[in-house]
Design a protein around this ligand. Structure first.
Ligand SMILES: *Cc1c(COP(=O)(O)O)cnc(C)c1O
Length: 380
């Protein structure tokens, strides 16, 4: 293989257990598997997480689109699937057919779902999002007294109000004050809602709030990035799940003055040895990584990326390492020997977040699923 993504399913499960432990034990787990489980492969991630020993079995899986929920059904998951984004009116019937639980953000959405429930002759569950500062979805926390009763009456007899939730905008920041304030607003809104039996579940916590605030004591937690190895804020460091490897496909000795890459932005100051890796921005490795001082690991040592990243190739300077040969494996993300390049390091160098680093990993990179250390696979 020219380049690939390794996914450690054992460490994925370890992170899920750590998240649940942080949440205090009796919270239900809703792993977020939207965007193909942050680019790692929804089918395999779901297969790994559904095997978690009790009480870790997911209460539901979270997606962002009806089509993602349908795909998850086709992978054989028969349990709850929550769709955590507003969906367009034309998608309600498909959602009902696939038995997806919609998360609703406005009174009109409750009316649409009630109509779909009547048409299907079913009582359908829904979760209601309460906007406490994120702005993109949910009913305004300040006006809960107005919409709460309307929604309860529209739902009566046709819908089951299963959960109420909010979403934090800054739970991964050093200062948790804004998250605490959102939790406070959420509580005020819940207090103004009509009494419903059975009491709807309450949930709020993404990875940051799960790891750093114990999920605020909600009934469910909804971690995403932490499961996949992304830091969820200061001190919330998961086990690394993802590695990205690429082959050395060319090694050459160049004289001083040789230039590398589009724009010839790099020039050798003396005789150097360069290696070409078979991976590029067409595989989702951002061009910004080179400008940000990006490095890769070869033979257990860090070496710099030189020049601009091409669509299919990256050039590195291996002058400092003896014996690099065609066929060797370079690590763009992950560990090799004592060195390690995490997704948060790569994100920082690219001026982005770990979420984007993962979801950008291209379809040209096969995903290789592992249950343990790859052993001596890196010896070439
Ligand atoms: C994506 C998402 C999450 C997970 O967030 P992380 O920061 O990845 O843990 C939780 N809840 C909702 C509503 C989301 O959209």
């Amino acid at each position: 293989m020219r380049a690939w993504v390794e996914v450690r399913l054992d460490l994925l499960r370890e992170n899920a257990v750590a998240a649940l432990r942080a949440a205090g034990g009796d919270a239900g787990l809703v792993p977020m598997v939207k965007a193909e489980a942050y680019g790692l492969g929804m089918k395999e991630v779901v297969a790994a997480l559904r095997e978690l020993p009790a009480p870790g079995q997911p209460w539901a899986f979270g997606v962002a689109a009806v089509a993602e929920g349908e795909r998850l059904r086709s992978h054989g998951w028969d349990g709850r699937i929550l769709v955590f984004s507003p969906v367009s009116p034309g998608d309600y019937q498909a959602a009902v057919r696939a038995r997806l639980t919609l998360c609703l953000s406005e009174v009109a959405a409750v009316e649409r779902l009630a109509a779909a429930a009547r048409e299907a002759g079913l009582v359908l569950p829904f979760h209601l999002e309460i906007d406490t500062g994120m702005g993109r979805a949910g009913l305004d926390w300040r006006t809960a007294a107005e919409w709460g009763h309307r929604i309860a009456s529209i739902a009566s007899g046709v819908l089951r109000w299963e959960g109420s939730y909010t979403h934090f905008h800054s739970a991964d920041e050093p200062d948790l004050g804004p998250a605490d304030e959102q939790w406070e607003r959420f509580g005020q809104a819940l207090d103004r809602l009509p009494g419903i039996t059975p009491r709807p579940l309450v949930h709020a916590a993404n990875s940051g709030a799960t790891l750093r605030r114990g999920g605020y004591g909600g009934d469910l937690v909804r971690p995403g990035i932490f499961l996949y190895g992304g830091r969820a804020g200061p001190g919330a460091e998961p086990a690394p799940v993802v590695s990205v490897r690429a082959r050395v496909v060319l090694v050459k000795d160049v004289p001083a003055g040789s230039t590398a890459g589009y724009g010839a932005t790099y020039r050798a100051s003396g005789p150097e040895r360069w290696a070409t890796l078979s991976i590029g921005y067409g595989d989702g490795i951002a061009r910004a990584l080179a400008a940000g001082g990006g490095e890769v690991i070869v033979h257990g040592r860090r070496v710099p990326i030189i020049g601009r990243i091409s669509m299919d190739m990256i050039t590195i300077d291996v002058t400092s390492i003896a014996g690099v040969a065609v066929g060797d494996i370079a690590t763009v993300i992950g560990a090799d020997g004592d060195e390690w390049i995490g997704i948060d390091e790569v994100a920082e160098r690219c001026g982005t977040i770990s979420y984007e680093v993962l979801t950008r990993l291209g379809s040209r990179l096969p995903r290789v699923y592992l249950e343990r250390e790859p052993g001596d696979a890196l010896q070439g």
